[in-house]
Design a protein around this ligand. Structure first.
Ligand SMILES: [Mn+2]
Length: 132
């Protein structure tokens, strides 16, 4: 699975990274960590977006300022990425309080590959949907 994810990332030039609506510390920290891995290690063009604004109470997390508080739907419409990565959630209805259906519709219509990474108490789950 990790090899497949590595390949998928390498084949993508622009990546949209999102976490679940009502971002909490694990969602935001994993978003920031993944943003760093993708930009520093893979040298990818990464855009972050969130369903709603990140709470100021999470500003203690290093890298808080590097996450753009833009809407997921707007980011998708502005420039369709090659890859959509969801962190800390596994179902698209958790992407936004208001735009989740439109986000899912956009992704399906565009045939956008997406990767879901969630961590439970027992294991890390990586799910991938690709169309190739
Ligand atoms: Mn969470």
């Amino acid at each position: 699975m990790i090899e497949k994810l590595d390949k998928l990332i390498k084949e993508s030039s622009s990546i949209l990274l999102v976490c679940h609506t009502g971002a909490d510390s694990d969602a935001l920290a994993s978003l920031i960590a993944m943003q760093k891995i993708l930009t520093l290690h893979y040298k990818k063009d990464v855009v972050t977006a969130l369903g709603e604004r990140i709470p100021k109470s999470l500003s203690f997390i290093p890298g808080y300022g590097s996450v753009v508080n833009g809407s997921i739907l707007e980011a998708l419409e502005k420039r369709t990425p090659d890859l959509f990565i969801c962190l800390d959630f596994s179902q698209l209805h958790m992407s936004s309080k208001f735009d989740a259906e439109k986000i899912e519709e956009f992704i399906n219509k565009a045939g956008l590959p997406f990767v879901v990474m969630t961590i439970t108490q027992r294991h890390t789950k990586i799910l991938m949907r690709t169309f190739t």
